[in-house]
Write a protein that binds this ligand. Structure first.
Ligand SMILES: Nc1ncnc2c1ncn2[C@@H]1O[C@H](COP(=O)(O)OP(=O)(O)OP(=O)(O)O)[C@@H](O)[C@H]1O
Ligand SMILES: [Mg+2]
Length: 555
């Protein structure tokens, strides 16, 4: 008892007491009782739409639960890196970081508003004086240089600090958003899918960062490797419950699969099942402690107990692109000397190629702004480029953008009406068919498109794409936000697709399983190879060529 009290005073904790959340009839979770303790990193996992982002919003106080409460002691600071990486796009890097200390930021803005007034009254003068005093007390004058220092420590060079966030590529952007979260000097760090938009190198950087970070971290992710590297615990949202398991993602996954298998062999004796599980835990703990990532945090694995785990009930959507408007002819896509610059920076130059029917092409660049611009040009969304491209007359391209915000923002539509916008056939049964394949049925189809989770939005975009029946797909980071079941379904859909596609992904397994040609678009021209993704990555001549093409850009 004494020990527990002692523990309470030393450690920061989050207590979740009887928390439930319902939207209408839909129960996301009910009577959740959990404790999160300092020094641990909790991976929040669950299918798309399970309620991971919602749970983080309840912890951070952004939304109230239907019942119950979250207890955090008053002096604990909390910061959040949200799932939407486009929220601060129109704001400069420095200001984005400073917004991380919201009290200071509000004072700054209030001050600026008063000074901007034309009829500056005596009252305004007094108010401004008060704000100045608070500002100075919070060390406001140093805020900008503190923010700049933090950014530099996180690897964001000074030349970027005055740029707008939208001018940064995904890797730099997430570093800025992390700097924003850290700027408030938090005791609790909430990260919602931070690895979306990151390349492997930056993910490794984030993994290291989090391994050394000794506060309470709650991180949502669908990235198995990332979760395994950073998590000491897994909080699984499923069956309307949230359950914490000690151990990393692989442990949770393997035991959940084992339970699934055991459940189907229902006539086996209970003791046999328990023994098998215990052996599994012992084996797993032994292997994990030998692995490279066996940091001190991983010692938690030794304490694993046989908990009452349930098999997962995740579902697979059906992603089928084969219902094409018409068969493609021989002319697919011709691109000649295509070049694009953004604010004086060359994103890619002199890109020329022809595509053959049925080719499955991965488009690479060291800069995600380049691939994004490339797709926007081919989708006729960006007219500011040099060179030309020409679609074959039989080709109907459909585009899945990496940023889908504009499709959903300010749209007061339920899912049926949302999808109906893009359909010639207006019949509800027809529309429901496409939503059903993406796991939206019954009442779910009547919710507003604005409340959709990150993965649900991508599923809707995929429904739209399937419905448009294109015979050419442009897929820019299609796996972002998707859970493993949806990624598997997408992977199969792409493998089976009879048409042609260009796609960009950071998902190695997906790239390797579908690609038969690689186009790497660089500021000094194109690297074009008909080979698999792994062959491309390992090829010495390609390596030399990449070095030459990117020159100092890669260094
Ligand atoms: N205001 C609301 N009304 C009705 N349903 C809502 C509302 N807000 C969210 N939802 C639904 O609650 C569910 C949980 O959403 P949430 O964003 O927490 O999911 P998630 O687990 O983070 O999923 P993802 O992995 O796709 O990001 C979703 O099905 C979403 O559509
Ligand atoms: Mg989410």
């Amino acid at each position: 008892m004494h020990f527990l009290l002692f523990e309470f005073f030393i450690f920061y904790m989050i207590f979740v007491n009887n928390v439930s959340l319902r939207y209408g009839k839909r129960v996301l979770f009910e009577d959740v009782n959990l404790k999160f303790t300092e020094g641990n990193c909790y991976g929040i996992i669950g299918a798309n739409g399970a309620g991971k982002s919602t749970f983080l919003k309840i912890i951070s106080g952004e939304i109230d639960p239907s019942t119950g409460r979250v207890e955090i002691s008053k002096d604990q600071r909390m910061s959040v890196l949200k799932q939407n990486h486009y929220e601060f796009d129109e704001i400069t890097v420095l200001e984005t970081v400073m917004r991380g200390n919201s009290r200071l930021y509000d004072i700054m803005k209030a001050k600026d508003a008063i000074y901007a007034k034309e009829d500056f009254t005596e009252e305004d003068g007094i108010k401004a004086g008060e704000l100045e005093a608070q500002f100075a007390e919070m060390d406001g004058w140093n805020a900008e240089s503190d923010a700049a220092m933090l950014l530099s420590n996180l690897g964001v060079k000074e030349e970027f600090h005055t740029k707008l966030l939208k001018e940064l590529d995904g890797n730099q952007k997430v570093r800025v958003l992390l700097a924003q979260a850290l700027f408030g000097n938090p005791d609790i760090l909430l990260l919602d899918e931070p690895t979306n938009d990151l390349d492997l190198e930056t993910i490794a950087w984030l993994e290291n960062f989090l391994a050394d970070y000794d506060k309470i971290v709650l991180v949502v992710s669908h990235d198995r490797h990332f979760l395994d590297t950073v998590c000491t615990h897994v909080a699984d949202i499923d069956f309307g419950k949230i359950t914490i398991f000690t151990g990393n993602y692989s442990f949770w996954y393997e035991s959940s699969q084992l339970l699934l298998k055991q459940r189907s062999e229902s006539n086996r004796k209970a003791e046999d099942k328990i023994r098998e599980l215990q052996e599994f835990i012992a084996r797993f703990s032994a292997n994990a402690s030998k692995s490279k990532q066996a940091t001190s945090r991983k010692k938690a694995l030794d304490k694993i107990k046989l908990e009452d785990m349930k098999a997962s009930n995740r579902k697979y959507p059906a992603i089928l692109f084969n219902n094409q408007v018409r068969e493609a002819g021989d002319q697919i896509l011709e691109v000649k000397n295509l070049s694009k610059s953004l604010n004086g920076e060359v994103l890619f130059k002199d890109i020329s190629f022809d595509l053959k029917r049925g080719q499955k092409v991965a488009v690479l660049s060291s800069n995600s702004l380049a691939t994004r611009a490339f797709y926007q040009i081919l989708a006729s969304e960006d007219k500011e480029y040099e060179g030309m491209y020409k679609w074959g007359v039989t080709i109907t391209p459909t585009y899945l953008p990496s940023d889908n915000s504009s499709f959903f923002e300010n749209k007061d539509l339920n899912l049926i009406d949302w999808l109906r916008q893009y359909s010639e056939e207006k019949d509800e049964t027809f529309i429901r068919g496409f939503l059903g394949r993406m796991l939206f049925s019954g009442e779910e189809t009547l919710k507003k498109c604005t409340v959709l989770s990150g993965g649900e939005k991508v599923r809707c975009m995929l429904s739209r794409m399937m419905m448009l029946k294109g015979n050419f797909l442009l897929l820019d980071e299609p796996t972002n936000h998707l859970d493993l079941e949806s990624i598997t379904a997408l992977n199969n859909g792409m493998k089976d697709f009879k048409g042609t596609f260009l796609f960009t992904t950071r998902d190695h397994a997906l790239a390797q399983s579908v690609t038969d040609r690689i186009l790497e678009i660089t500021p000094n021209g194109l690297i074009d190879r008909e080979m698999s993704f792994d062959e491309y990555m390992e090829n010495d001549r390609v390596k030399a060529q990449r070095q030459e093409m990117y020159g100092s850009v890669l260094a």
